[in-house]
Design a protein around this ligand. Structure first.
Ligand code: LLP
Length: 427
């Protein structure tokens, strides 16, 4: 496949039916399900690199650093793929820092976001020499300066500004509006920059914003960019140089016919604006998560029982809200397709898991032709699924496979029940 063509299922370029078998890259998903059991997450390395390539094309000829927002999928081997491809990382906890270093990341390419960094996390990040702290409040500036001076170090900082732009996405994943807890209000930003540059333990290096997630239009990005550039002009006029400008992540993916711009097309528009305003040659940074991994992964799940009912037919599968929390949390839609399609007439089912909550559903009102024992693929499961998975109902988390061509690597073993309570003790 060349760099831009898109065979495969809609939105899923690396997944396609071949002779009635759903394939991911060069492997039959049914073979992987048989060998490793279900629920099973399977990721395509080529799909991740393909998604990354769209950003790389977009930034060709520019000074740009792509920092993968690892919260989307923080499995070590996934991080390794992006570290090997030259990415930096956006982290939001000391745990993510430890994890990304274990995967081989360069700490100088790590940026640390989040509204609630603890002193311990700041210390940990300063000691390994991370590239930048994205600071989210004036109070955090004071604490970070104290921690850095206590260690005899200087913390490189960027202030996350809240541009008050509506990203037009689910309210739980909007982050750049006035009512959100994130960032420093646009009107307070200049004061906060003056404060930061007066503190002994800090060195101002940049400015950043992140307005939300699963954004499917360019306009909110263009608006946020204007707001941020207005601030850069004011901050530099006050004598505080801004070395890098960072525009967060948030680009959406195609879950169900969504039509977000391609990363390179989006950045062509954004770079035009940057050039027009004279900032095109600055050091640029972004923090994409979902758009790099979301459509690179599927979750395979076995049909346990079909349960016809008067009002609803239920297709009960062995994956649940602990594996795939997005439908329960955001009423999110994931396509669900059979690994080996049958012929006949489809029935409308709610696809649900074994967890004891009515909120435990994976898909509602889906046309499926299935029998118990069949395996289904829940698509677009590469982002915010395994990284948000839990042990609710003492369900061990699923295993994970990374596919590279015709090679399958087990990158996470299935958690046993024992693993889920190994750190507990009786009194
Ligand atoms: N940077 C910051 C500071 C963020 O908070 C996020 C995501 C990202 C970057 C990456 O955004 P992305 O490119 O992935 O949209 N669990 C939700 C999504 C939560 C997003 C949280 N922040 C979901 O499943 O839809």
């Amino acid at each position: 496949m060349n760099a831009t063509s898109k065979p495969g299922l809609p939105g899923q370029p690396h997944i396609a039916y071949q002779a009635d078998h759903l394939m991911l890259e060069g492997l039959r998903l049914s073979d992987l399900a048989r060998a490793h059991g279900t629920p099973l997450f399977v990721y395509s390395k080529a799909a991740m690199l393909w998604a990354l390539a769209a950003y790389q094309r977009g930034f060709a000829g520019r000074q740009a650093q792509i920092c993968y927002a690892m919260k989307a999928n923080s499995s070590l081997a996934v991080l390794q793929v992006f570290a090997d491809a030259g990415c930096g990382f956006d982290i939001v906890s000391g745990g993510e820092l430890a994890r990304v270093l274990a995967a081989g990341a360069d700490p100088a390419k790590v940026i640390f976001s989040g509204v609630g960094k603890t002193r311990g996390e700041m210390k940990q990040a300063l000691q390994v020499g991370i590239g930048c702290f994205n600071v989210e409040s004036e109070a955090e500036l004071d604490v970070l300066s104290q921690v850095a001076t206590g260690l005899g170090l200087t913390a490189p900082v960027s202030l996350r500004v809240n541009p008050n732009v509506d990203p037009k996405t689910h309210p739980y994943i909007s982050t750049g509006l006035k009512g959100n807890k994130f960032g420093i209000a646009h009107e307070d930003a200049l004061r906060a920059y003056r404060h930061a540059s007066s503190l002994p333990g800090l060195k101002v290096v940049g400015i950043d914003c992140h307005i939300g997630s699963q954004i499917t239009e360019a306009t909110p990005y263009l608006d946020a960019m204007d707001r941020v550039l207005d601030l850069v002009t004011d901050i530099e006029a006050a004598g505080i140089p801004i070395h890098h400008i960072e525009f967060g992540g948030g680009l959406g993916i195609d879950y169900n016919g969504d039509t977000p711009p391609e990363a390179d097309a989006l950045w062509a528009q954004l770079l035009d604006k940057l050039d027009a305003r004279g900032y095109g040659q600055r050091q640029l940074m972004i923090e994409p998560g979902r758009s790099l991994v979301g459509n690179a992964g599927v979750c395979l799940t076995e049909v346990l029982y079909l349960k016809p009912g008067e009002q609803k037919n239920f297709c009960i599968v062995d994956a649940a809200m602990n594996d795939l929390p997005r439908p329960a949390m955001y009423q999110a839609f994931h396509q669900i397709v059979p690994l080996s399609p049958r012929t006949g007439e489809a029935v409308v089912y709610d696809v649900v898991g074994p967890v004891c909550e009515s909120g435990d559903w994976i898909g509602r009102d889906r046309q499926l032709l299935v029998q118990a024992g069949d395996t289904l693929a829940v698509l677009s499961a590469g982002a915010y699924c395994m990284s948000m998975a839990s042990n609710y109902n003492t369900r061990g988390r699923a295993a994970e496979i990374l596919v590279d061509g015709t090679q399958a690597y087990l990158i996470r073993q299935r958690e046993s029940a024992f693993d889920t309570f190994a750190l507990e003790q009786l009194v």
